[in-house]
Structure formats: structure tokens, C-alpha cells
Design a protein around this ligand. Structure first.
Ligand SMILES: Cc1ncc(COP(=O)(O)O)c(C=O)c1O
Length: 470
């Protein structure tokens, strides 16, 4: 029996023939043998095609008003990915000094970088301005002052956007919904905080306000939430124009475009999502009497999510009797919440397939779990698995490219899996597997340093001074 792999969920180049499952022309069994498990397998063709499709969609539907497709680095970044993103003509959305450091190490052009974050440190702002990133997205009144001061000190006029919360319910999990009122991100339009932020930015000659930004959440399927968000931001553009007699040139409408994790998920293609967005934007601009600004977007998951699968080996299986008399089959793999936190964090759903052989065995109600010391260490809560699965079998969970490796941890001193790129029957590691030696290397044995309680707080805020250390 040849298994079917839903092309909406699996990487584009996945093939299945007589129990041999390949991605990028490489058999998953051979990859497991060569690189070990767990491992993230990344389909280069798939990633590049998706990046291109978002780029093309923005160009086609917004034409001269197309801004930048900023790939959201938080979904997954490495130097290699940054290079692919650059080659595809995309920009990069970074939200920490660490993500910026990867961009710099890859030589990513500063003119296509946008810096996010709700609590950027002084040193992150300095690093961003020193690298001359094109845009900093401002998120609080304190940050407006901070960025203005640092830009002034460096004699730079920094282009900025204001992150606004348009009060949109995006119908996604609460933890990944970001633009209703009670969140830590941005300035509320409804409360007037957004307008106060505009006035605060205008006071500084070292800041050049380019427009507004909103990101309404993640894993969103419906285009109406984006339309509402765009409408509210465009209203703000109109208010600005009426007040100051000039138009702001840019709107960044964020990321969050959903992908398919299970068969019932039905995401919009890049083409459809942007076609619908452009109708909403053009209509709102017409109604509010503003020129269509440059429109930028920030997809992360929709580019890297479906391009990767996680390859696991089964270690144990266990039949657990439940109170109602039924039983559940627990199948344990050699990873878990340290390489995929999303199930524990957001009740995320995933699919899984047996990938080292075909099976005609009847399916069995199962739970796919990891090897961590947590009951919540679940990869898939409810899934039907072939009942002949045995230790040593290989399982692959598709669509793990976004927020998988990037949220991975060392819980239980597990070493984070490698990322292996497959393409044209070749495979290469772009991030190697961590080793226990890597983790032990963080431990230091140093002589105790005396801490004086007399030393006043150094630098900013109140703190305990450590001699010579800020
Ligand atoms: C500001 C911002 N932009 C873009 C993204 C990317 O979202 P997604 O990967 O769902 O497209 C995020 C995700 O949290 C975000 O916070």
C-alpha cells in the first residue's frame, strides 16, 4: 500500500513509492541513518517557492505600491536562510539582537531589515542603528524616547513605524492573537494611545515617521480580520493627513497567514490572501481619501512552516487503560517538547506518518509523545497510527518548520536537533546537532567575585552594581 501525503501539509517535493518516502529526492530512512534522529529536514525547493510566491503576489496585486515582504526571522532563521531570503528579493523582520546578529553574519542588506520587539534594549537599538537598519518599529512611549535619543547621538534620522493595535479579534489561539486590546504589543487605536504616540514621534527630528504597522496574530485563515485591521490603520493615515497636511508613505500589515497542519486545515494561497488584501486596502484608501501607501507584509510560518518535517525514531510503545474502559496507545519518540513546544503551548495540532515502510495494519487510537519528564510532553494528542508500529520505526511530523527549531530548548539537557537541507537528491546540514559537550561548555568554574552593596546602581534604572560590570 502506498501512503498518500497531502501536498497542502507536506513539503512540495515529497514522494512516496512502495514504502520509500523521499523529500528533495532523499529517502527519509537514509537521512535518519546519515544524520540521526530527531532531525529537522528542510526542503529547499519548497522554501524558495513559497518565498517567491509571497514576493510575486505583493508585486502583482500592489504594483507600484508594493512594499517589502519581510520574512519573519522568529519563525526560523540561520545564515543560510537569510541568504535564500535575500536572493528571493525579500526583506527580513528581526525582533532581537540575536536575530539581527544572524542577519549581519549573513551580510543581509540593512536597507531591507526591519527591527521589531516590544522591549528592545539599548544595546539592541544601538546595534540596529549602527547597522543602519531601514526601519525600527516602535512599540512604547519609552522606546520612542530611547530610539530618538540614540539616533540623535549618532546623528542619524531613523525611519520608524508605529506598531498599532487595531482591536481585531483574529479567531486564533489566545496566546498567538496579538491585536485585540489587552496585549503587551503596540499602541491602541481605540484608547487614543496610538495618536499620542504619533505626537510623541513628531517631536523628534531624529525620527522620521513612515507609517503604521499591525500584526493581528498567527495561524489566521480568514481574510476579513486583515481587512478590518487595514481599514483601521488607513483611518489613522487619513487622520494624520488631515492633521498634518501630508501623507505617510507606508503601511505594514504584519504576518500571521495560516498553514495546513492537518487535513481539515484550508489555508489561503499567497495569491488569494494578497488579492483579497489589496481589494480591502484599495477600497479603504478610496473611502478615506488617502493615496495608497506602500504595503509591506511579514509572513514567517507561511514560508518556512510547510517546508520542514521532523524525523523521529520510535523508542517505546505502551497500552494505557483509561477510566472508561477504553485504552490509548502511547507511542514515544526520541524528541518531544524540546523540539516542538507548540502542542504544549498552544494546543497545536499536527499530522504524522510512518516513513520507513508501508503498513496495511489497522489504525489504532494513539497519542504521540516525547521523552521529557512532563505529562504535557505531547507531540500529537489524538492521532490514529498503524497498530504494527514498533521501536525503531521512523515517524515524520510535517509542517514543523515554523516555531519548531526556533523555539527548541535544552529541557532535560536534550541537545537540539540539526537542520538538514535536502535538494536534488543531496543533503547537507545547515545547523548541526548540539552535543552534550556544547551544553557542558557553558559551565564555568571561576573564583568568586566580591559584590559590594555600597556601589550605587550603574547606568539605567535601579539595580545592584557589580564592580566593573554594567
Ligand atoms: C510582528 C510580527 N510579524 C510577523 C510575525 C510572523 O507571524 P507568522 O509566522 O505567523 O506569519 C509575527 C509572529 O509572531 C510577529 O509578531
Amino acid at each position: 500500500m502506498t501512503q498518500q501525503f497531502n501536498p497542502k501539509i507536506w513539503p512540495q517535493t515529497t514522494t512516496s513509492e512502495n514504502g520509500v518516502i523521499k523529500i528533495g529526492g532523499c529517502s527519509l530512512s537514509a537521512l535518519a541513518q546519515q544524520f540521526g534522529t530527531p532531525a529537522f529536514i528542510l526542503d529547499e525547493t519548497d522554501f524558495k517557492a513559497r518565498a517567491q510566491s509571497w514576493f510575486n503576489a505583493l508585486q502583482i496585486h500592489f504594483g507600484e505600491n508594493a512594499g517589502v515582504v519581510y520574512y519573519a526571522a522568529k519563525a526560523f532563521i540561520s545564515k543560510e536562510i537569510a541568504k535564500w531570503v535575500e536572493q528571493a528579493g525579500l526583506g527580513l523582520d528581526v525582533c532581537t539582537g540575536g536575530e539581527l546578529a544572524v542577519a549581519q553574519a549573513a551580510g543581509f542588506p540593512a536597507a531591507r531589515i526591519e527591527m521589531h520587539g516590544n522591549n528592545k534594549s539599548e544595546s539592541e537599538i544601538v546595534a540596529a542603528i549602527d547597522y543602519r537598519v531601514e526601519t525600527i518599529v516602535l512599540d512604547s512611549l519609552q522606546e520612542i524616547e530611547r530610539v530618538a535619543r540614540i539616533a540623535h547621538q549618532k546623528a542619524v534620522v531613523q525611519k520608524v513605524l508605529l506598531r498599532l493595535t487595531p482591536g481585531v479579534e483574529a479567531h486564533t489561539h489566545e496566546a498567538i492573537s496579538t491585536a485585540h486590546e489587552d496585549v503587551k504589543f503596540g499602541f491602541s487605536i481605540a484608547s487614543g494611545a496610538a495618536w499620542d504616540a504619533v505626537l510623541a514621534v513628531k517631536k523628534h527630528e531624529s525620527l522620521s515617521l513612515q507609517g503604521f504597522h499591525a500584526h493581528i496574530g498567527s495561524q489566521i485563515f480568514a481574510s476579513d480580520a486583515y481587512a478590518t485591521s487595514a481599514e483601521r490603520l488607513i483611518e489613522m493615515l487619513a487622520k494624520y493627513q488631515a492633521q498634518f497636511g501630508e501623507a505617510l508613505p507606508e503601511l505594514d500589515l504584519g504576518g500571521g497567514y495560516g498553514i495546513a497542519y492537518v487535513d481539515s486545515d484550508d489555508p489561503l494561497s499567497a495569491e488569494d490572501a494578497i488579492a483579497q488584501l489589496s481589494i480591502a486596502v484599495k477600497d479603504a484608501c478610496k473611502r478615506h481619501g488617502v493615496k495608497i501607501p506602500k504595503i509591506s507584509i511579514e509572513p514567517g510560518r507561511a514560508i518556512v512552516g510547510p517546508a520542514m518535517v521532523t524525523l523521529y525514531e520510535v523508542g517505546t510503545t505502551k497500552d494505557v487503560k483509561l477510566e472508561d474502559g477504553s485504552s490509548r496507545w502511547y507511542v514515544s519518540v526520541d524528541g518531544g517538547m524540546s523540539d516542538n513546544l507548540r502542542t504544549a503551548l498552544y494546543d497545536a495540532q499536527y499530522s504524522v506518518s510512518l516513513v520507513n515502510r508501508d503498513s496495511a495494519a489497522p489504525l489504532r487510537a494513539s497519542r504521540l509523545v516525547g521523552k521529557h519528564c512532563e505529562t504535557g510532553d505531547i507531540v500529537i494528542k489524538d492521532v490514529n497510527l498503524p497498530s504494527d508500529i514498533v521501536p525503531g520505526d521512523l515517524l515524520a511530523t510535517p509542517a514543523t518548520g515554523a516555531y519548531g527549531r526556533s523555539m527548541a530548548s535544552n529541557y532535560n539537557h536534550m541537545t537540539r536537533p540539526p537542520v538538514v537541507v535536502v535538494s536534488n537528491k543531496t543533503a547537507r546540514t545547515i545547523i548541526r546537532r548540539e552535543t552534550s559537550a556544547d551544553l557542558l561548555a557553558l559551565e564555568v568554574e571561576e573564583a568568586p567575585i566580591g559584590i559590594s552593596a555600597e556601589i550605587p546602581a550603574i547606568g539605567r534604572g535601579i539595580g545592584i552594581g557589580i564592580e566593573g560590570v554594567e
